[in-house]
Write a protein that binds this ligand. Structure first.
Ligand SMILES: Nc1ncnc2c1ncn2[C@@H]1O[C@H](COP(=O)(O)OP(=O)(O)OP(=O)(O)O)[C@@H](O)[C@H]1O
Ligand SMILES: [Mg+2]
Length: 330
């Protein structure tokens, strides 16, 4: 039901989203909400950080997602010796024409898969995170704007692992959400991973994946999220109360910035559209509270050291403490 030249409408948005979820679910075995949340972040044009133990399918999910979106994408494997210029690009001297030419790095794409981001040295991380925030890059005096869509899907293993440079909190804030892919739930799903592998003919199943939409369509879907999804003032208040409550929690040194409430709003709107609704509900907001807020919360030293409470638990407590609005329709 592609209707070229017309804006995407909500019904079509829902069915395209369904297709997205099914296509990715055909490769990545998981609870559907993991894929739905990733899709929400992408439709909100936001950066996602997948943080989990090795081998849990982070790279697989990121790659299949990029492929399904029909957008241009590139992948960078971060290592301790990677330099900012390896990501952003650099000026190179071309002897034949006798001039410098700007050679664009892998950042100049629609979706950048930044694998093992915590293996890059701080200088490279901060160059990438600047570009993520500003959606433009300055290379030796020339400023270039990145195309739309532009977002980063980064992966990392939890910080206890050796040979890594943990991302500073200030840079974490640039991710719209941080989430875990998690272990598969039951034996049946565990077996499903192997059974699918038996059927694959190539080593890289993503190579055969067929895009669900084109880049233009994807951008139109992003536009619908921003233009057509209603957020009732009581929900705006709800999101802001949640964020403020993280700042007032006894165990918290620094609570979520307003980027946290903005993230909640963007993600909830995208999720409403995925579900075929033109208005946000409190459940949309609650669904993302943990992934949108916990990486923005810094615990007080004593609680951090004792490890008795985690930022995710702070978010759970905050959710219990703030009254959920009842009247939120159009
Ligand atoms: N949930 C899953 N569904 C399907 N395949 C999976 C799943 N989890 C892991 N795999 C398979 O296991 C292998 C490892 O997955 P992948 O490389 O995506 O993990 P990763 O989380 O990126 O690991 P690392 O942190 O080491 O980079 C792949 O062959 C992938 O297909
Ligand atoms: Mg990986």
């Amino acid at each position: 039901m592609e209707r070229e030249g017309e804006a995407v409408e909500i019904k079509e948005f829902k069915s395209l989203s369904r297709e997205f979820i099914d296509v990715i679910g055909g490769l990545f075995v998981s609870d559907e909400t993991v894929v739905r949340k990733t899709l929400s972040a992408a439709l909100a044009n936001g950066h996602v950080l997948f943080e989990d133990m090795p081998g849990l399918g982070k790279t697989l999910l990121a790659k299949s997602f990029a492929k399904a979106s029909g957008c241009r994408w590139s992948r960078v494997q971060f290592t301790p010796d990677i330099m900012p210029a390896d990501i952003l690009g650099t000026r190179i001297w071309v002897p034949r024409s006798g001039e410098f030419v700007l050679e664009q790095g892998p950042l100049f794409t629609n979706i950048l898969l930044a694998d093992e981001i915590n293996r890059a040295p701080p200088k490279t991380q901060s160059a990438l995170l600047e570009a993520m925030e500003e959606r433009q890059v300055t290379i030796e005096g020339t400023t270039l704007t990145l195309t739309r869509p532009f977002f980063v899907i980064a992966t990392q293993n939890p910080i206890e692992h050796e040979g890594t440079f943990p991302l500073p909190e200030a840079q974490m804030d640039r991710f719209l959400m941080r989430m875990r892919t998690g272990y598969v739930k039951d034996l049946e799903s565990e077996m499903e991973i192997l059974n699918r592998r038996v059927r694959w003919r190539s080593e890289d199943p993503v190579a055969d994946l067929r895009p669900v939409v084109s880049q233009e369509r994807f951008v139109e879907m992003q536009a619908l999220v921003e233009e057509k999804i209603f957020v009732h003032p009581v929900l705006i208040s709800y999101m802001c109360q949640l964020v403020r409550a993280t700042r007032e929690h006894f165990a918290v040194e620094a609570g979520s910035s307003p980027r946290g409430s903005l993230a909640l709003m963007k993600l909830s709107r995208a999720h409403a559209a995925i579900m075929g609704r033109d208005f946000v509900t409190p459940d949309d907001v609650k669904l993302f509270a943990r992934e949108a807020l916990s990486h923005r919360i810094i615990l007080k030293m004593e609680y951090e050291v004792e490890g008795e409470i985690t930022p995710a638990q702070v978010v759970e407590e905050v959710l219990k403490g703030v009254e959920v609005p009842k009247d939120f329709g159009r």
